[in-house]
Write a protein that binds this ligand. Structure first.
Ligand SMILES: [Zn+2]
Length: 220
């Protein structure tokens, strides 16, 4: 698996500080299970966060801690950077381990709900404190999702298959970590369905009149 699209640095920081809604935390931990590079960044952010918390008085912050973290983050992803440590395989079957408590360990066993031609959805129940939405989408080969913007953040992790949009091609393991300013129109590759795990912060805004009519049908 070659992962080209990773978590935003700000998301890694929020994850490390325990500041993510359950829906987004589920997507982030699922990506981390698939991505050694982001696991390394998250471990680093957690370590530096721990140092910052321990240093109650600013004067006692270990000298150079922040600069050290930034230079290490800068190393990540460079061709000459040391390879990430080998880590235990964390994907069992085709469902990342952190997602298994929500949906079980096989995508074949998911109960899908038909919501539009070529589009099926599976809503995932979250705890009462969560304000986000979490669901799986299963989109047929060659299908386009109506162009849309977001009322808030949207995070999409590809679990199988691939799609392409204005930002590039997203295949298994890739994550689209989008803020409310991004508008895009994903189109699934012609040879296989694409299954994605999606977290949203607020209802997605579709642009066209037909799309807006479809929005209640999509329920997203
Ligand atoms: Zn990553």
């Amino acid at each position: 698996m070659t992962i080209l699209h990773h978590l935003d640095d700000a998301t890694v920081m929020r994850y490390a500080s325990g500041d993510l809604d359950e829906a987004f935390a589920a997507v982030v931990t699922s990506h981390l299970a698939m991505c050694p590079e982001c696991r390394r960044a998250a471990r680093l952010a957690e370590a530096v966060g721990g140092e910052l918390i321990e240093a109650c008085e600013p004067a006692s912050l270990p000298a150079g801690a922040f600069e050290r973290m930034m230079s290490q983050i800068g190393e990540i992803g460079r061709p000459d950077a040391p390879p990430p440590k080998q880590v235990a395989r964390t994907v069992a079957g085709d469902v990342p381990a952190p997602l298994q408590r929500y949906v079980g360990n096989s995508l074949d066993a998911i109960a899908w709900r038909h919501i539009a031609p070529g589009v099926r959805k599976h809503d995932i129940a979250l705890g009462s404190k969560s304000t986000g939405k979490l669901y799986l989408l299963n989109i047929a080969p060659g299908r386009a999702v109506p162009e849309h913007g977001h009322g808030g953040s949207e995070m999409t992790l590809v679990l199988s298959g691939a799609y392409r949009d204005e930002l590039g091609r997203f295949a298994a393991g890739d994550i689209a970590d989008l803020d409310e300013h991004v508008e895009h129109q994903p189109c699934v590759d012609p040879d296989a369905s694409c299954i994605c795990l999606v977290a949203t912060e607020a209802p997605t805004r579709f642009k066209g009149v037909l799309s807006r009519l479809l929005q209640p049908v999509f329920g997203i």
